[in-house]
Design a protein around this ligand. Structure first.
Ligand SMILES: Nc1ncnc2c1ncn2[C@@H]1O[C@H](COP(=O)(O)OP(=O)(O)OP(=O)(O)O)[C@@H](O)[C@H]1O
Ligand SMILES: [Mg+2]
Length: 290
């Protein structure tokens, strides 16, 4: 997880989580090509996320999902300007770097091995910005609450090496949500977990989201995961990426196995798979699970 912190920002309290928007306007991204010149990876993406919701982002491997997500989180590579052109804005304001209300969670959960589970969840409060935003008594209460919420209260004195992969991802999720972010950016967060643990994490995310809704953009390769979690599903094409499909889902969560087998869900799954196969035909590689 990376926590977007800007120590020079004023210690304001965050606006309501219900008033949030994240907009990508005509995003183009060129990267240096191995043999010289440049490769256009993203070829004009416009996306607008207006309110709390779970937005799933799918696309072939190498289509630029992480590039887009990192851009939204203000995480910039060292070797190249991102975006090449276009604009990311949050709440209507241009955003050129890390934003204090946007927090990222990655597949590699980045827990500090030398710290206890409690200290890992409380880690953001080592930063001045968050200490100024949240009084100690409150952040300590939040850490305890998050440890409870992710089912690790009895493990708080242990270290990451003493936990399973799924439990470590719970720590990363707790560390992100303890900040009560208005925007949560997740890059294949459950991609390395076995099927059962992944399903448990999906249920946990739904529970935590219900407790405190925020604007989530969630990258996945798993079509079932996209349909089980998403209020909206966006499919990217590749080389260069554009938005190939974009639809909303209204079925209430958690979505049962029966729903998963319903004609609606089967049709949507086929629609996404068809798009993925179509856009990756002959270009890049397709890594899809269902
Ligand atoms: N900093 C960089 N410099 C040069 N090329 C890059 C850089 N970052 C990404 N790329 C290239 O841009 C393309 C898109 O990469 P990105 O990681 O965004 O794809 P992705 O959709 O997240 O892929 P995956 O599904 O495998 O995670 C790839 O071809 C990658 O090699
Ligand atoms: Mg990626």
């Amino acid at each position: 997880m990376s926590v977007a912190t800007n120590p020079s920002a004023p210690a304001t309290s965050a606006p309501s989580e219900h008033a949030v928007s994240l907009t990508l306007s005509n995003i183009i991204q060129d990267y240096p090509a191995p043999g010289g010149g440049v490769t256009r990876v993203i070829g004009g993406v416009d996306l607008n996320f207006e309110r709390p919701g779970i937005n799933m982002l799918l696309g072939p491997s190498g289509s630029g999902k992480s590039t887009l997500l990192n851009m939204m989180g203000g995480v910039r590579p060292l070797n190249v300007k991102t975006p090449t052109s276009g604009l990311v804005s949050i709440d209507g304001q241009p955003c050129h770097g890390p934003h204090d209300d946007a927090v990222m969670v990655f597949q590699r959960y980045a827990n500090r091995p030398d710290l206890t589970i409690y200290e890992n969840v409380a880690f953001p409060f080592r930063f001045k910005l968050w200490r100024e935003r949240v009084p100690e008594q409150e952040w300590r209460a939040r850490v305890e609450h998050m440890l409870e919420a992710v089912g690790l209260a009895d493990k708080k004195a242990l270290h990451p090496a003493q936990l399973s992969g799924g439990q470590n991802q719970r720590v990363a999720l707790a560390r992100a949500l303890v900040l009560r972010p208005r925007i949560l950016l997740m890059d294949e967060p459950f991609g390395a977990l076995d099927a059962q643990t992944r399903e448990e994490m999906q249920h946990l995310l739904i529970k935590l989201y219900r407790e405190r809704p925020c604007l989530i953009v969630f990258v996945t390769h798993d079509v079932t995961e996209a349909l089980m979690l998403g209020d909206r599903v966006v499919v990217l094409s590749t080389q260069p990426a554009t938005v190939a499909d974009d639809f909303t889902l209204h079925a209430p969560r958690p979505r049962s196995l029966d729903w998963q087998r319903s004609p609606e869900a089967v049709a949507l799954s086929e629609r996404v798979l068809e798009q993925l196969h179509r856009v990756s035909a002959g270009k890049g590689s397709l890594r899809v699970t269902v």
